[in-house]
Write a new protein. Structure first.
Length: 136
C-alpha cells in the first residue's frame, strides 16, 4: 500500500468514526447521524458553498434512507415543501413559527425568496421531531 493510500485510510477511518459514511443500520446509528448533522450544520454545512456541504448531503441522504425504511420519513421533497407539508399537517400558520423568525421571514422562505439557515433548520427539526436533514 502506498504512503498516500495509508495516509488517506487513516483520515477516512477518523472521519468515519465521527460521521456515518455508510447506510444507517440501527436506531443508535441514526441518533448519532442526526447529532453529526447538527454539528455539521453548526459548522457551516448548511451553506451550499461551504466545504462541509457535500458531507452534509451524504449524511443527510443516509438519514433520509433510514427514515424511509423505518416508516417515519416525510414526503420526498425539498425543505420548503416539507415545511409546508408539516405546517398543513399540524394546522400551523406562518405566525406559529417564531423559531424561524417573524411572519415576514417565514413568508419569504415559503415563497423561495430566502433560504433556511442552520439555526432555523435545527429549530425546525426539534419542533417537528425530524432530522434536520429533512429541510436540506
Amino acid at each position: 500500500m502506498s504512503t498516500n493510500l495509508r495516509h488517506l485510510t487513516r483520515h477516512f477511518t477518523a472521519l468515519a468514526a465521527e460521521v456515518p459514511l455508510r447506510p444507517i443500520r440501527s436506531e443508535r446509528e441514526y441518533e448519532g447521524a442526526v447529532r453529526a448533522m447538527d454539528e455539521l450544520l453548526d459548522a457551516g454545512g448548511a451553506d451550499e458553498s461551504d466545504v462541509l456541504a457535500d458531507l452534509v448531503a451524504i449524511v443527510g441522504g443516509f438519514v433520509a434512507e433510514y427514515e424511509e425504511r423505518k416508516g417515519h420519513g416525510l414526503p420526498d421533497a425539498g425543505g420548503v415543501e416539507v415545511l409546508r407539508f408539516l405546517m398543513k399537517r399540524d394546522g400551523l400558520r406562518q405566525s406559529d413559527l417564531p423559531e424561524i423568525g417573524s411572519q415576514g421571514v417565514v413568508s419569504e422562505i415559503l415563497r423561495g425568496k430566502r433560504d433556511l439557515n442552520a439555526r432555523q433548520i435545527r429549530a425546525l427539526g426539534e419542533r417537528f421531531a425530524v432530522s434536520p436533514a429533512t429541510f436540506l
